[in-house]
Write a protein that binds this ligand. Structure first.
Ligand code: SF4
Ligand code: F3S
Length: 106
């Protein structure tokens, strides 16, 4: 499966959802996740994310391995998002900001 990682937090551009052929993105207050049971590894979303937050599960950056379990867990709790919506306010400011995980809202 593919995995949404830390740099999505507080950005949530949602360009990714537009290209997903199986609508496996789920939306929380300030983050999106991919349902690993639905993702077919088409890879289309990777290039769409303006902040480079999506990786194949075997290529998740060091230190962000916890996002695999987090995507699986939150995909069960959050609703599907299948259409692009406006990015979060201040998305540009949060791109690349360190240590965003504690800011994740559930
Ligand atoms: Fe959807 Fe393809 Fe991205 Fe998986 S890799 S989340 S199927 S767009
Ligand atoms: Fe997040 Fe990038 Fe999608 S910021 S919502 S993974 S386009």
């Amino acid at each position: 499966a593919h995995v949404v990682t830390e740099n999505c937090i507080n950005c949530k551009h949602t360009d990714c959802v537009e290209v997903c052929p199986v609508d496996c993105f789920h939306e929380g207050p300030n983050f999106l996740v991919i349902d690993p049971d639905e993702c077919i590894d088409c890879t289309l979303c990777v290039e769409e994310c303006p902040v480079g937050a999506i990786f194949p599960e075997l290529d998740v950056p060091a230190g962000q391995e916890g996002f695999l379990a987090l995507n699986a867990e939150l995909a069960r709790e959050w609703p599907v998002l299948a259409r692009k919506i406006p990015a979060m306010e201040d998305a540009a400011r949060w791109d690349g900001a360190p240590d965003k995980l504690p800011l994740l809202k559930r």
